[in-house]
Write a protein that binds this ligand. Structure first.
Ligand SMILES: *Cc1c(COP(=O)(O)O)cnc(C)c1O
Length: 356
């Protein structure tokens, strides 16, 4: 018997999450990172701010300035309590841990963010993926039937959805919140690019948690996510979040970053503009099926996803091939919106492959 045999069999049979290894000089359009770096003068200012951060001391995420800045910036309702996570990934994990009683189930539309399923499996919970419709809209009848049948302790709804890009109809999400016997997490990782949000309901609906992150709006490297909900619910979450889960440098950098709201908003608007420009341009190619997106990426169905992935790779562009990850994503790819010249480079390859 080897010492490794002490490890849970399900973990031994898993494979580690592969973070893409990107060759130098590549255009990275696989992970919804922002293409906009801070200008030099802002970087210098950030350096001065970080030099003052008290790294000698443990952080106190509950009283740090960032929480108030997030409340003010995003108008989180006064009724809501807010807790920070080391990326919203950590909050997804802890929310799953919160309900991990024997026999509890986690439910989400499918395809959606893979970490909902992965975390359910970590805690030994059954995961129910309710298929979307063929056009990636939500099948509300199927969702309500599954909620009724399985009585999930936790429902995740990515709003807008990843990896499909669309935002589900608000009334459908509301109907699920009303019908669910347990907690409903509305994950707004792409909220900044969306035309709608549930953040204004945080703290007002007992079983609702709204998750947000700074990752998709320019600060993926900081690992800052936050969950908002009623004080009663967030208080339970606080019990199982490690006391020092955040770090002083990230907290200080995020607080600094959010002072430059116009810069952030301008970048978001540029990406939304580019997203629509790309979609319109794609209509010239009958071989490509595009889907509406309220996120900073487009999901497309092409004749051969692997061939497109390879061709873009030859042009030093990395995208995400979704083919094989879910039956509904047959021959689909996901392309993050980048700088106009990045998007132009993608369009040139698409023209080469699918132009007449
Ligand atoms: C990217 C993403 C996250 C993870 O965000 P982090 O804050 O970087 O951990 C969560 N949910 C969805 C739907 C995402 O696409």
């Amino acid at each position: 018997m080897s010492h490794l045999d002490c490890i849970r069999n399900d973990i031994r049979n898993m494979r580690a999450y592969q973070v893409a290894d990107v060759p130098a000089g590549f255009i990275k359009l696989d992970a919804m990172e922002s293409p906009y770096d801070y200008p030099e003068d802002m970087k210098k200012e950030l350096g001065r701010t970080l030099a003052e951060a008290p790294i000698r001391l443990y952080p106190n995420p509950a009283t740090c300035g960032l929480l108030q800045v997030l409340r003010d910036t995003y108008q989180i309702p006064d009724e809501a309590d807010v807790v920070l996570g080391n990326g919203s990934d950590e909050l997804i994990e802890r929310l799953t841990m919160l309900v991990s009683k024997p026999g509890a189930k986690v439910l989400a539309p499918a395809p959606s963010f893979v970490m909902y399923r992965v975390n359910a499996e970590f805690f030994g919970l059954e995961f129910i993926g309710v298929p979307l419709r063929e056009n990636f809209t939500m099948d509300l009848d199927a969702m309500l039937a599954a909620v009724k049948e399985h009585q999930p302790a936790l429902v995740f709804i990515a709003y807008p959805n990843n990896p499909t890009g669309g935002r589900f109809a608000r009334e459908k999400v509301q109907a699920i919140i009303d019908a669910a016997p347990g907690i409903v997490v509305v994950d707004e990782a792409y909220g900044a690019f969306s035309s709608d949000s549930f953040l204004g309901e945080a703290g007002k609906i007992p079983n609702l948690v709204v998750l947000r992150t700074l990752s998709k709006i320019g600060f993926a490297g900081l690992r800052i996510g936050y969950a908002s909900g009623t004080p009663a619910l967030i208080n339970e979450l606080k019990k199982i979040i490690p006391p020092y889960n955040m770090n002083q440098l990230s907290l200080a950098a995020a607080e600094f970053a959010l002072q430059y709201r116009p810069f952030i908003t301008e970048n978001i608007n540029k990406l939304k503009g580019e997203r629509e420009r790309m979609r319109t341009a794609l209509h010239a190619y009958p071989a490509i099926r595009d889907f509406p997106s309220e996120a900073n990426f487009l999901t497309l169905r092409v004749p051969d996803a692997k061939a497109l992935f390879d061709k873009l790779y030859e042009h030093n562009i990395l995208i995400k091939n979704l083919h094989g990850t879910h039956p509904l994503l047959d021959q689909c790819v996901r392309i993050t919106i980048g700088l106009p010249e990045h998007n132009q480079a993608v369009l040139a390859v698409l023209a080469e492959m699918y132009g007449s």
